[in-house]
Structure formats: structure tokens, C-alpha cells
Design a protein around this ligand. Sequence first.
Ligand SMILES: *[C@@H]1O[C@H](CO)[C@@H](O)[C@H](O)[C@H]1NC(C)=O
Ligand SMILES: *[C@@H]1O[C@H](CO)[C@@H](O)[C@H](O)[C@H]1NC(C)=O
Ligand SMILES: *[C@@H]1O[C@H](CO)[C@@H](O)[C@H](O)[C@H]1NC(C)=O
Ligand SMILES: *[C@@H]1O[C@H](CO)[C@@H](O)[C@H](O)[C@H]1NC(C)=O
Ligand SMILES: *[C@@H]1O[C@H](CO)[C@@H](O)[C@H](O)[C@H]1NC(C)=O
Length: 320
Amino acid sequence: MGSNHLSPTSMILVHLLSLSSILVLCEGQGIKSTRLLDLVIRDYTFKSFNKFFKTGTPYNINLPSNLTGITVYTSRYRCGSLKRYGAKINEFHLKVGVDVHPCIERVLIVTQNLGNNWSNIYYDNYDALLGYQLVSPVLGLLAYNSGDDIDFNTQFQVKIRSFQNDGIEINFSNYTTNGSSTLDGRIKMCATFEGDGKVKLEKEVAPNVCGATSHGHFGLVVQSPLLPIKKKMRGWTLAFGCSVGAAIAVFLVGLLLIAMFVKVKKKARLEELERRAYEEEALEVSMVGHVIRVHTASATRTAPRIEQNLRPPRSVSLID
Ligand SMILES: *[C@@H]1O[C@H](CO)[C@@H](O)[C@H](O)[C@H]1NC(C)=O
Ligand SMILES: *[C@@H]1O[C@H](CO)[C@@H](O)[C@H](O)[C@H]1NC(C)=O
Ligand SMILES: *[C@@H]1O[C@H](CO)[C@@H](O)[C@H](O)[C@H]1NC(C)=O
Ligand SMILES: *[C@@H]1O[C@H](CO)[C@@H](O)[C@H](O)[C@H]1NC(C)=O
Ligand SMILES: *[C@@H]1O[C@H](CO)[C@@H](O)[C@H](O)[C@H]1NC(C)=O
């Protein structure tokens, strides 16, 4: 063992710390990148927002070249009029009665079309889509609070909700070609990508049209005849790695607890032996008895053996 100067307890702690960071990475990895993309798009939208933008009119947002393939539109509404009249923004139709919450006065609606290249970020990060294949770009609908002056402190995301079924419609007609061989005879489903990594699959409400009741990201999928082996392997190895990590962490916590228990026990034992030796010594001074002296002697002699047995388990070095 190279790290003799480290006590087993602190070594286990070091391993635990590194493992827990791996586990955190395993958990958050996927969804984070889609959220990050939303944040980057939000920042570009607010940066290019201009107070001369007319209410209720969609404006195209310029994105940097490293986001080529993504199309973003934004338009500003008064919450009251959005609810009263609804809105049509590209593929999205927000029907009358749609609610923005919380809404102070105005809301900035942002629509994203992730195109062919960037839609995979959703496909790759939502393992629930295993066995399905995207047949449309992923379209996103988000809303942000929009004050009168564009103050960066008031750019928080707000919810879009509809209390009627399919109060929000997403029309994919422009992205699905009729009689395309990939769709032949296969049933299209609407995929709603939710914030917690889950995907909701539902029937279309009309040909190539999906219904929704809140903001989010949406796509059309069909069941894939060929399971994507590569994705499956990746997902599987990642899941396997994470569960092995978790098992090792549990094992190490166990070792740590045993080591701590043994240490406490050993200390108590030593104190007990010391106390007894002291008492017996005191007793010997005050009493003269052969029987007692024999007992004292044997008790003192057995002590080292007990100590030997109570050493922390050596298997710790296996982990190195
Ligand atoms: C894209 O480019 C901008 C500068 O134009 C840079 O700040 C940003 O980090 C880049 N993003 C990615 C994902 O590469
Ligand atoms: C997707 O990326 C490839 C390579 O980066 C590029 O050639 C192609 O034009 C992109 N397609 C779209 C739709 O942006
Ligand atoms: C489809 O594309 C046409 C032409 O670009 C456009 O006028 C129409 O609004 C689009 N329809 C939808 C539902 O996006
Ligand atoms: C969807 O869009 C297409 C093309 O723009 C249009 O023909 C069709 O009527 C729309 N469907 C619905 C339900 O709005
Ligand atoms: C798709 O089919 C509809 C009706 O079946 C037709 O009106 C439309 O032109 C077709 N679109 C394409 C791109 O072939």
C-alpha cells in the first residue's frame, strides 16, 4: 500500500468523495445539455430584443454560427390579450384561453426549431425514446417575463398553461413529406420532452398535428424497426457504470461504518481494560488473594489478542 500514512478511514472518505462526484455526473448529464441550450437561446433572444419590436409580431433571432441549423422566433404579448385572442407563432397555435403564469404584464414567447442536426440532442438525452425514431425536428415553446424595459433581472421563465385539452397545437405538416419511405405504414406518435427526463407519447390530434397543455419541447416519432444498437449500448454501459459506482459507494460506506464502529469499540475496549487493570491494581493493593491475582494476570495477557482481531478489515486495499 503506497499510502501508509493515510488512515483507512480517510482513504475510504477520499474514494467516497470521488465516487459521489461521478454519480452526480451520471445523474444530471443528459438533461443538462438541453437546458443549457435553452439558456443560450434565451440569452441571444434577450440580447437582440429591441424595444421597437411590435407586440404580437414574430421576429427572427440571429444565432451565432456554432448554432447553425436552429431557428428561433420571438414575439411579445400582453398576457391579457394572449388569453383573450390566442396566438399563432409558426408551427404553434395557442388557442383562446391560454394562460401565462406568473404574468406581470407582458410575456416574451420564444419558439425554437432545432432542425435536423440539433434535434438529436433530445433524441440522445432522453433514453425513454429508445425504440423510436424522430421523424420531425424538435420544436420548442418557451415563455419569459418581459418588463417594459428589458431589464436583465426580470428575465425569468414563466409557464404557459392551457386548461383545455390540446389548448396548444403544434403543426408538423411542413416537416413530414407524404409517402416518405421511413413513415410507410408506421403510426406516428407525438413525443413531449419533459423537464425531468421523461417523454410522454400520445396520439396526434389531427394528421401531423400534436396537442399540448403547456410549454415544452415536442417532436413526431415512429416506432423504429431496428433498435439503435449504438445508443442502446451507450445507455446500457452508462447505466451499468452508474450502478457499479453506486454499489461501490454503498460498499465503501459500509466499510467506513465498520471501521468507525471498530475504532469506537476498540477505544471503549481499551478504556475498559485500562479501567479494569487500574481497579484490579487498586484491589491488589488493598486485598491479598491468590484467586484474584490469577484472574488479573490472565485478563491482562488476553488483551493483545483481542486488539489484533479488532483491526479494521484489510480488504480496503482491494479498492486501490
Ligand atoms: C458559440 O460561439 C460563441 C461566440 O460566438 C461562444 O461564446 C459560445 O461559447 C459558443 N458556444 C458553443 C456551444 O460552442
Ligand atoms: C448539419 O451539420 C452538417 C455538418 O456539420 C452540415 O453540413 C449540414 O449542413 C447541417 N445541416 C443542417 C440542416 O444544418
Ligand atoms: C408551412 O410553410 C409555409 C411556407 O413556408 C408557411 O406559410 C406555413 O405557415 C407553414 N405552416 C406551418 C404550420 O408551419
Ligand atoms: C397544419 O399546417 C398545414 C400546412 O401549413 C395546413 O395545411 C393544415 O391545415 C394545418 N393543420 C391544422 C390542424 O392547423
Ligand atoms: C400530402 O398529401 C396531401 C393530401 O393527401 C396533399 O394535399 C399534399 O400536397 C401532399 N404534400 C406533399 C408534399 O406531397
